[in-house]
Design a protein around this ligand. Structure first.
Ligand SMILES: O=C(O)c1cccc(C(=O)CC[C@H]2O[C@@H](n3cnc4c(=O)[nH]cnc43)[C@H](O)[C@@H]2O)c1
Length: 228
């Protein structure tokens, strides 16, 4: 909710929320139970950042800025914590492969003196979203390359012990939101385990249904959410 002046009175209205999915099938799954603005921003962090930033800029230019951005869609889950069909809410949105490979291992860009690799959604929103949807909370990684081996899955968990899921857009959406000073959150429905590549085994229909159901439960939380 946001406070606004109307004919000399202070009134409240629901916060304007932008929901960003990667692909149209995810957008449609969300739109079944969420009536706000949902856009498909493409696969990967660069497309997601560019198209989210464009939507935020256009809304601000037109005088009705968004107060919250939600990155969502299907994701790979780290087993056993995040099984197929379950939901994850990010308390950290982390770019897992933004950095440099060295003889001593991977260095995040922050160790090189640049930028950021993690965005943290508002704590109360994460808590309320998880309670409403039954989601687990933890780190959701953003990767530019889908994990396809057990060795890579193990390496990611070694670097990010709190990681529950990996997807490809959250950090890009969060960078765009941060550039506008807008809070961000990420909700993911698990379609496949993170590990050896088996695209045929992805349970996309089950995950999209979990996404629809999850957004139905999240909507009252979003409608009553107040920016700090
Ligand atoms: O083929 C379909 O019908 C279909 C419907 C909805 C979504 C898709 C996608 O392929 C979405 C790609 C999207 O999913 C995320 N994702 C899912 N699993 C993983 C993973 O193991 N590692 C990384 N990302 C994953 C990701 O955000 C992609 O953008 C297809």
């Amino acid at each position: 909710m946001v406070l606004q002046a109307e004919e000399g009175r202070l009134t409240t209205s629901a916060a304007r929320i932008l929901v960003a999915t990667a692909v149209p099938a995810e957008r449609d799954a969300v739109a079944r139970t969420f009536s706000g603005q949902v856009i498909a921003v493409g696969v990967g962090p660069a497309s997601a950042a560019a198209r989210t930033a464009t939507a935020l800029t256009e809304a601000a230019r037109d005088g009705h800025p968004f107060q919250l951005v939600v990155s969502t869609g299907i994701a790979g889950g780290f087993v056993p914590e995040a099984p197929v069909g379950s939901l994850v809410v990010a308390d950290e949105i982390t770019a897992a492969d933004l950095g440099a490979e060295t003889a001593e291992g991977f260095l995040p860009v922050t160790d090189l003196g640049f930028g950021t690799v993690t965005h943290r959604p508002p704590q109360a929103l994460v808590r309320d979203a998880a309670t409403a949807t039954g989601a687990r909370t933890g780190t959701v990684l953003t990767v530019s390359t889908v994990t396809g081996t057990a060795a890579r899955a193990t390496a990611l968990r070694a670097h990010h012990p709190r990681a529950l899921a990996e997807a490809m857009e959250g950090f890009g959406v969060a960078e765009a939101a941060a550039a506008h000073g807008t809070p961000v959150m990420e909700l993911r429905a698990i379609s496949n385990p993170v590990g050896p590549r088996d695209r045929a085994a992805w349970r996309i229909g089950e995950a999209l249904q979990a996404l629809t159901d999850g957004f139905g439960k999240l909507t009252p939380v979003l409608e009553s959410w107040k920016p700090a």
